[in-house]
Design a protein around this ligand. Structure first.
Ligand SMILES: Cc1ncc(COP(=O)(O)O)c(C=O)c1O
Length: 411
């Protein structure tokens, strides 16, 4: 049974890692002892003030936290232009794109590498899609002097060339994965294979709030710094909580990181934004909108699959959102109704990308551009005193070649 306190949505998974019917640990027998060790070590770390102190020190002095909370005046005005009188919500951003390495991924990598070292592991592996998690993992490995192997789908290696070069500069070995659609799902399969073969010395740093228990819980906990900071910053700047939180969803780590500290604030609504790709009736990556429950990568969750249960490849303009699944806690939050989920197409995300560049002088990654597009849809329908807080979870440097290609510009 999932442990849920009455009137609380801040669920801890049960002892086998279930959030409602979702989650769990569906892994090979050879991995079970390691998964159990990881859980034991994580429980100890969670109760150890020295672990928290080191985590927080690195977040402050190495990552550059707290990230700012920013009111976006010109975007707010632009979106209010066509709204009815008195309408047009205020738009605020949590600026996690200003973190070292340019995205939220580093928060989780710092937490997991500290855990790896507590466990005496001497080799790190990871999977990556957009390359942001790979860069963040290679970064913490360089910082702590551990060898690092990154699995990356061959398609992603091509479309995220600058990040591949960054990882190599940081000393990581990048292994292009040639199986399947050669994207994130295939990279994760390959990383799991490596882990099974090398459990004695290897720690697998998973990049999103998915995978077998306890990963969804521990990634969420490490990313919750986003929501904790945002909550305190919003209270101190405005004296109240935001009305609506919005975040893009690949596997769901930046979204759950923002949402979790607000789950028990009933006045705060939440919206997760999946990638609708070419449209929900065509190729997309919206597992909640277009998928059904199944098992992948060690956990039960909503997955894109065909009638025979074969996983369908996700499509999104954004390499970080094309995962065909979603973290199990989101599947649970959808089913219990605490969080709403919507989706945004490639074209809408491209439009939002350009809108933020022009109105605020901020070049966002294509992933949070999905959140911005959802904000652009909703803000004009809400009263002027409504506060929307969206997570700007990555900066757009890595995406300028993709965007140029879509705009017909040759660089
Ligand atoms: C900038 C950025 N945002 C969002 C995501 C999606 O991941 P998640 O849903 O775990 O936050 C990625 C994944 O690579 C990313 O690079």
């Amino acid at each position: 049974m999932t442990v849920q306190h009455p009137n609380s949505f801040r669920t801890q998974p049960d002892e086998r890692g279930h959030f409602g019917q979702f989650g769990g640990r569906y892994v090979a027998e050879t991995l079970m002892p390691l998964i159990l060790d990881l859980e034991t070590e994580y429980r100890k770390a969670k109760d150890d003030p020295a672990f928290h102190a080191e985590f927080e020190d690195l977040l402050e002095h190495y990552v550059g936290r707290p990230s700012p909370l920013y009111f976006a005046p010109r975007l707010t005005e632009e979106l209010a232009k066509d709204a009815a009188p008195g309408m047009g919500a205020q738009i605020w951003f949590k600026r996690d794109e200003l973190n070292h390495t340019g995205a939220h991924k580093i928060n989780n990598c710092i937490g997991q590498i500290l855990l790896a070292m507590r466990m005496g592991k001497t080799r790190i592996i990871a999977e990556t899609g957009a390359g942001q998690h790979g860069v963040a993992t290679a970064t913490v490995c360089a910082r702590f002097g551990l060898p690092c192997v990154i699995y990356m789908g061959a398609t992603d290696v091509e479309r995220q060339a600058p990040n591949v070069f960054r990882m190599k500069l940081l000393g990581a070995e990048v292994i292009p994965v040639q199986s399947g659609a050669k994207t994130l799902k295939d990279a994760m399969n390959e990383a799991l294979r490596d882990w099974v073969a090398n459990v004695h010395d290897t720690f697998y740093i998973i990049g999103t709030a998915a995978g077998p228990h306890p990963y969804p819980e521990l990634v969420r906990d490490f990313q919750s710094v986003i929501g904790r900071e945002a909550r305190a910053q919003m209270l101190s700047r405005t004296g109240r909580l935001p009305d609506l939180l919005v975040a893009a969803i690949g596997g769901g780590s930046n979204a759950i990181g923002l949402f979790h500290p607000f789950l028990d604030d009933p006045s705060v609504k939440m919206l997760g934004v999946e990638a609708a790709g070419y449209g929900l009736d065509k190729d997309h990556a919206a597992s909640l909108a277009g998928g059904r429950p199944g098992i992948l990568h060690g956990n039960k969750t909503y997955l894109l699959q065909d009638a025979d249960g074969q996983i369908i490849e996700g499509h999104s303009i954004s390499a970080g959102l094309d995962y065909p699944g979603i973290g199990p806690e989101h599947a649970w939050l959808k089913e219990n109704g605490r969080v709403d989920y919507t989706s945004v197409t490639d074209d809408e995300a491209l439009g939002a990308f350009q809108l933020l560049c022009r109105t605020e002088g901020i070049i966002p990654a294509l992933e949070p551009s999905h959140a911005i597009a959802a904000v652009a849809r909703i803000a004009p329908t809400l009263p002027r005193d409504t506060i929307i807080l969206a997570n700007l979870c990555g900066r757009g440097d890595k995406d300028i070649f993709t965007v140029a290609g879509h705009l017909g510009v040759t660089l």
